[in-house]
Design a protein. Structure first.
Length: 135
């Protein structure tokens, strides 16, 4: 369905006990719609079924969906479960952004706000280059 542009059909289809392939299609459809919470949820179900046999591309998308959904713990866990993720050229910057304390928000100052925006923009740029390099 997803390959034919019928993303909506994939998202509306229900199965009693979905296969890993079906869950992967759903996760990919949510990922393409930038629905990070549902993408992460479906990639997690794929991971539960396949474990370390999960395709590298799916692991990258799972990492990105988790990160974009704000799930730092899942992002860190994935980097431990899939060490090859840490071999990506952008990994050092992504890892640093996960461990860095965000700029103080209060007192509200323009330099604090700008620092947070700059950090977020750099992280998104790194994530986009990872995503485009695997698809």
């Amino acid at each position: 369905y997803a390959e034919t542009g019928q993303t909506e059909a994939v998202l509306e289809t229900t199965k009693g006990e979905p296969s890993a392939s079906f869950l992967r299609l759903r996760a990919d459809a949510h990922f393409k719609r930038e629905n990070w919470a549902d993408a992460e949820k479906n990639y997690r179900m794929v991971w539960d079924k396949l474990g370390s046999e999960m395709a590298f591309e799916d692991a990258v998308n799972f990492l990105l969906a988790s990160y974009r959904n704000g799930d730092r713990m899942q992002t860190i866990q994935l980097s431990q479960e899939f060490p090859e993720l840490t071999e990506l050229p952008q990994w050092a910057e992504i890892a640093e952004s996960l461990t860095r304390e965000p700029a103080q928000l209060l007192p509200l100052r323009q330099d604090n706000a700008q620092s947070r925006v700059d950090d977020a923009a750099q992280t998104l740029q790194n994530l986009e280059s990872v995503s485009s390099g695997t698809n």
